[in-house]
Design a protein around this ligand. Structure first.
Ligand code: KG4
Ligand code: ZN
Length: 336
């Protein structure tokens, strides 16, 4: 039996979680509202907010878990990728806390954590290896083939913007606020997804590109606004539904192709965009069509959280993979 304290601070959410083996005892998330007025995450403000949030968040996670800090067996932390100033707060805190407790440290890759969130015990079936996971967040878009917990092959990735970034930019063009993903999701429910079509680029293999979709959306609106300055206001729901459908269909078309080519019959989704209701229902539909199994995370594990860091740390704990206190954070790539 192991009790893991996990810390996540890679972007603009400060989070701490406590797990007993693969069972979640607490998962506290402090989201930073300060970025909304700037239309995106401001790194300097993010690291300052992490500094303010980290102690109360960890304290709440330990209290809600109903444990004493002396019971913690290891401290897991997100080492990267992410924003340096944000990562430094969580990494430094984890190192100090583990040292004070005299317990080992476990470094976790943020992207692996998103994917491994499917293994947090919920009393429901978990994916069996090998399976495919579409990882879609504000910073990443990847089709991953999981052969084991830490044996992950990247089949495809975006060559420019991430899917979440494209959705957020489309929302920004329509002046819907930041982050725009949840707003587009909500407004799209009232709209017609076939009202407008936006071209998706032809990219080889399982790779993606999203910068062109954003540009064609921008030019389309610019032309329409010349004829009707109220065009966005009058057609907001249809615009949201149509751009959402364009992006989701593009994501799932390549994922479906990858599963067929690799004869995989289980597909998972992970990352912030996996909270999208159209992506969730379309994945279900495609999996039903092929008699495949779909694995859709609960909402609290879609966007950034420490529970996913905790489960990844737990699997490393079982392997005895501990981190040295001198390890620096890393900002890019899928190291580990
Ligand atoms: O995983 P995440 O919290 O942070 C990163 O690691 O990037 O993902 C954040 C992204 C943002 O782009 C946000 O707009 C998007 O996830 N997102 C959504 C929804 N909820 C969050 N996109 C579409 N529909 C949603 N319901
Ligand atoms: Zn993330």
């Amino acid at each position: 039996m192991a009790i893991i304290l996990a810390i996540e601070s890679s972007c603009d959410d400060t989070s701490a979680a406590v797990l007993r083996d693969d069972h979640l005892l607490s998962n506290v998330i402090a989201s930073q509202k300060v970025h909304e007025q700037y239309g995106g995450v401001v790194p300097e403000l993010a690291s300052r907010a992490h500094q303010q949030n980290i102690i109360p968040v960890v304290d709440a996670a330990i209290r809600q878990a109903g444990i004493d800090k002396s019971e913690i067996d290891a401290v897991g932390f997100t080492r990267g990728p992410g924003l340096l100033g944000s990562l430094l707060v969580g990494v430094s805190f984890a190192k100090s806390f583990a040292t004070a407790l005299g317990k080992p440290l476990i470094e976790v890759n943020h992207l692996q954590a998103h994917v491994l969130s499917h293994f947090i015990d919920r009393g429901e079936p978990k994916p069996q290896f090998p399976f495919i996971c579409l990882l879609v967040s504000g910073g990443h878009t990847q089709i991953l083939l999981l052969k084991d917990y830490f044996d992950i092959e990247c089949l495809g990735t975006t060559i420019d913007d991430a899917a979440g970034e494209a959705i957020d930019k489309a929302a920004k063009i329509m002046d819907l606020g930041y982050p725009g993903g949840p707003v587009i999701d909500r407004l799209a429910k009232e709209g017609n997804p076939d009202a407008y079509t936006f071209a998706t680029p032809h990219i080889a293999g399982y790779d993606y590109s999203f910068s062109g979709i954003k540009t064609s959306f921008l030019y389309f609106l610019r032309d329409r606004l010349k004829e009707d300055p109220e065009f966005i206001e009058h057609h907001k729901a249809d615009l949201c539904a149509s751009i959402q459908k364009t992006i989701v269909s593009f994501l799932l078309k390549k994922t479906e192709r990858a599963a067929l080519d690799h004869r995989i019959r289980q597909i998972a989704i992970a990352g912030g965009v996996s909270a999208n209701s159209f992506l969730r229902s379309e994945l279900q539909r495609i999996c039903q069509k092929h008699h495949w199994q779909a694995f859709i995370p609960p909402f609290q594990f879609c966007t950034d959280n420490a529970a996913m860091v905790g489960i990844a740390a737990y699997f490393k704990y079982l392997k005895g993979e501990f981190a040295d206190i001198s390890l620096p954070p890393y900002t890019r790539g899928g190291k580990n």
